[in-house]
Design a protein around this ligand. Sequence first.
Ligand code: FES
Length: 160
Amino acid sequence: MTFSPQLEARLEKLLRSYPEGRQRAALIPMLMYAQDEAGYISKELAQEVARRCGVTTLQVDEVVGYYTMLRARPMGRTHLQICTNISCLLVGGDKLWEQACHKLGIGHNEVTPDGAISLEEVECIGACSWAPALQTNFDFHHKVTPEKLDQLIDALRKVN
Ligand code: FES
């Protein structure tokens, strides 16, 4: 499997940052970087990362199955994550979640038929002080109102 030159450089640097024989410690960041580029952890990608980190493909599968931020199937071009944990829940995060499900016509970990947007209900994303919060890919959106969410989804539909 080939990666972009930028990702190859990043992975090389990552592997060099661990002592000889400890490359398995690079497994999770390597999967995160590779997922950023590929969109999800395919079987081929899992095999490649396993080879580079000196672990088995089964061990990679176990890690991917455990951590929800790692995905074994494609998500939308924009992945919308809405926090419904306590701080967000208290100020309407659950309502935002229901609004997004209704507006997009999809549920948790589902993708719109055109592949543009996927939706995920998530635990705390570390933005409690600015609740309710959500993320689009790696962009944070704070103090989200129903109106802001409506506008955000409309804008995402236009760019995707
Ligand atoms: S509970 Fe939603 S960001 Fe912390």
